[in-house]
Design a protein around this ligand. Structure first.
Ligand SMILES: [Zn+2]
Ligand SMILES: [Zn+2]
Length: 214
C-alpha cells in the first residue's frame, strides 16, 4: 500500500493520510480535516486514485471537517465506529462548537464499524481495532501487510490522547494502550497529531505508557 501524509495547511488540523492500493487503484483518505479544491489536488498528487473510503479515526472536529466536501466531490463512503457516528451530525459532540470558526456541516456515516471489522482496498486488508479512551468510538486502522498502525488520537509519539472530554475515559485508554502494545512485533505508528513513531519505541519510552500502563 502506498501511504502518504498530506499537509492540509493548518496547524489545527489532524494528520491526514492517503492510502492507495496501486494494483487496483483504490484509495482511502484518513481524517480529512479540511477540504477545498487545492486539497483535492493534494490528494491526487499524493497518489489518490479512485477514492473508495473516507476512514475516520474518531469524530472530533479537527479530523472530520473536510468530510462533507470530500464525500460530495468523490462519492467515497464515510467510515467511522458506530459509537462516534453521531459526532458527524452534532457539533457539540465533535467539539466544533467554540473551537472552530466555521459551522459544521452534518454528514451521515455510510459504514459504521466495530472492533475486528475488515475493509479492503483491492486485496489489501485494513482491520479495525476499537481503542476507546479518547472517545468511545476511537479506532486504530491496522495495515498488517505493511506493519502500520494508524492510531488517531489514541497513541501519540511519547504520549496518548486526552481523556477529559465528555466521552473520554482514562481506564479505557489504559486498556486500549495495553492491547496495542501487546500486538506482536514492531509496527510503524502513524498518529493523528505530531510525528510518526514505532510501536517498539512507544513500548519502552512513551511517558504515558510508562506511568499509567506498566
Ligand atoms: Zn485530534
Ligand atoms: Zn480527538
Amino acid at each position: 500500500m502506498k501511504i502518504t501524509k498530506v499537509d492540509l495547511g493548518h496547524e489545527i488540523f489532524a494528520n491526514c493520510y492517503v492510502l492507495t492500493d496501486e494494483a487496483s487503484g483504490e484509495s482511502a483518505i484518513v481524517d480529512p480535516a479540511y477540504f477545498n479544491a487545492d486539497i483535492k489536488q493534494t490528494f491526487f498528487d499524493a497518489g489518490a486514485k479512485n477514492i473508495k473510503y473516507i476512514l475516520l479515526t474518531h469524530g472530533h472536529f479537527d479530523h472530520i471537517f473536510g468530510v462533507p466536501g470530500l464525500k460530495e466531490a468523490s462519492g467515497a463512503k464515510v467510515v467511522i465506529h458506530e459509537k462516534d457516528a453521531g459526532h458527524l451530525l452534532d457539533s457539540s459532540k465533535s467539539l466544533a462548537d467554540g473551537n472552530f470558526p466555521e459551522k459544521q456541516i452534518p454528514v451521515t456515516a455510510d459504514i459504521t464499524v466495530r472492533d475486528g471489522d475488515k475493509l479492503y482496498l483491492g486485496d489489501e486488508e485494513i482491520s479495525v481495532m476499537n481503542t476507546p479512551g479518547h472517545t468511545m468510538g476511537s479506532v486504530c486502522y491496522i495495515l498488517e501487510n505493511d506493519r502500520v498502525i494508524i492510531s488517531g488520537d489514541t497513541l501519540f509519539c511519547m504520549t496518548a490522547g486526552r481523556t477529559d472530554f465528555f466521552d473520554g475515559d482514562e481506564n479505557m485508554m489504559i486498556d486500549s494502550l495495553k492491547r496495542l502494545i501487546a500486538l506482536e512485533g514492531d509496527y510503524r505508528v502513524l498518529p493523528g497529531h505530531n510525528r510518526e513513531t514505532t510501536l517498539e519505541r512507544e513500548r519502552t519510552r512513551n511517558w504515558y505508557i510508562r506511568r499509567m500502563v506498566k
